[in-house]
Design a protein around this ligand. Sequence first.
Ligand code: OGA
Ligand code: NI
Length: 354
Amino acid sequence: MAEAFDEIKVAFVCLEESVQAVAATIHDSGEVPERYIRPEIDADPVIADAGSYTLPTIDMSRLINPEFSQEELAKLGSACEHWGFFQLVNHGVDQVLSQQIKADVSEFFSLPLEEKSAVAIPPNGMQGFGHHFVFSKEQKLDWVDLLFLATRPVEERSLDFWPKKPCTFRETLHKYTTELANVTELLFRFMAEDLGVDHEALLGTFKGLPQSVRINYYPPCRQADKVLGLSPHTDGIGMTLLLHVNDVQGLQIRKDGEWFSVQALPGALVVNIGDVLEIITNGKYKSIEHQAVINPEKERITIAAFHSVHLPCTIGPLQELGDPRYKAIDGFEYTKGYFAAKLEGRRYLESLKL
Ligand code: OGA
Ligand code: NI
């Protein structure tokens, strides 16, 4: 993936502004700068109340236990087909390590801006601390700061962008992302089983488990109902595993045309299917639009780990899954196209349908 970023040369506008710093400046007035105000929010359909839907929960300890595996596998398949999202519990990621990554990430974002800027995203770069998806000086901005790093393949990391503070950060991120890659590989195996496809055909596409992380810091905002943490989007990769660093909720997914708030269970990983897996599964698994909203009083921090295809490759539906319903496309072209579509929901994915 790191090499893909070099190849892609995304035309991002460099934004030398930290939302956390903006939030601190307007603390007294509470008045959000125009660039962050989203008039479209009110126009969106009402959010379904949390009681009417429950995001499926998948238990990894049952998946790997022969006694319960078939039953849990059916739940996994159903979640991927009907929701594109599920919560993964008993996933096996070491709890001490989870605590450590949460502590290190929180500490990084609490550093003064000058220190975070040591790993700032350079102009037209992708990795480091800053903003993504800023394509013009006029566009509306998401209420979020992020730290984006390519974590796998390990030998392609750009350590210059890996914070040195706190001093445990690099080692903790290495260990955490390694464990997540293992969880992802297991999930891909179970998905191949559910789909009835050759395991190697599916796993081969994700060989070496290329991975990147986007660590999202959403400052609180008194006008929370006027800003968006992350605009509606689908993830342009295979699969995402999201960890809530603190207990503040804000993730919403679009289900049956309405926004639905996800209540993440403590310790769970929220897993979602990305566009690439929708294509590979010929539409059987769904990549669902999601967004992040802001809490008026509390900061919110999440770690999204994205698992991508092994480049170079061609992304297209697996033959075993019937007549192709999506175009097959070169992996680099796909990635360029995803960014060029400026994160407009499912638009790019829809354009690849036959
Ligand atoms: C993402 C994402 C949601 C969240 O980083 O792609 O959708 O709740 N994050 O932080
Ligand atoms: Ni996302």
